[in-house]
Design a protein around this ligand. Structure first.
Ligand SMILES: N[C@@H](CC(=O)c1ccccc1NC=O)C(=O)O
Ligand SMILES: [Zn+2]
Ligand SMILES: [Zn+2]
Length: 219
């Protein structure tokens, strides 16, 4: 990955974080304030933010669903960095093995799924197409390093078992949620979506960017 190739600009696929960003019911909304103004310090403005780690575009850590699971700082960054395939699954109401068998996932290390839910960062959806246990196992067996979705959760929004999270984390697959994929055609991309080095945290906001792979002619 030559990150300096200016002929292929990076495309931001992150939700903006502001006071209107949707959050999980009962969870901490995002807020930013200037805690110390330039007038107060005599030199600089100093910001402070408060947020759930599951607002906006973010990575989950295994600790999110397992008290003994790894925190975000313990995860291998390579999962969040490298080749990724974007696939439109907007015709599917569940993300199961049957669906995945119809897709071209050969050699895919990172899979970003574009679901039927439109990208509306200010609106928490009523329902999402959930990843089934057989779907999660199928992806893990493919050797997937990372699964990304454009909705707030890979599990049903009212799930207590959060089975898809458990299955992916038990098989060492990283998870990104709330990506913005609506404007991107299916295909192979480079992805950078690094979590912050938050000690002990169950997740982290990421700034997720992609760019299409160069075509064979090199233009
Ligand atoms: N699993 C979701 C988060 C989640 O389930 C949640 C986040 C905040 C408050 C409550 C939540 N779940 C259950 O009520 C996620 O990974 O972002
Ligand atoms: Zn999350
Ligand atoms: Zn999650």
């Amino acid at each position: 990955m030559n990150v300096c190739d200016e002929s292929r600009p990076w495309i931001d696929i992150s939700q903006p974080l502001n006071e209107k960003t949707a959050h999980w019911p009962g969870d901490t909304p995002f807020s930013y304030e200037t805690a110390l103004t330039k007038e107060e310090t005599g030199s600089v403005n100093i910001g402070r933010m408060t947020t759930s780690l599951h607002s906006g575009t973010h990575a989950d850590a295994p600790f999110h669903v397992n008290d003994r699971g790894a925190g975000i700082l313990d995860l291998d960054l390579h999962a969040f960095l490298g080749l990724a395939r974007i696939v439109d699954v907007s015709n599917a109401s569940v993300l199961d093995e049957k669906l995945f068998r119809t897709l071209d996932l050969d050699g895919t290390a990172r899979l970003l799924l574009k679901t039927s839910v439109p990208n509306r960062p200010e609106r928490f959806p009523e329902a999402v197409p959930a990843l089934t246990e057989d779907g999660a196992l199928f992806l893990a067996e493919l050797g997937l390093k990372l699964l990304g979705v454009d909705v707030p959760s890979i599990d049903p929004l009212d799930s207590r078992e959060v089975q898809a999270h458990h299955t992916l984390f038990e098989t060492g697959t990283a998870v990104l949620e709330n990506l913005m994929l609506d404007d991107l055609p299916d295909g192979d991309y480079e992805l950078i979506a690094l979590p912050l080095p938050l000690q002990g945290a169950d997740g982290s906001p990421v700034r997720a960017v992609v760019r299409p792979l160069p075509n064979e002619k090199g233009d």
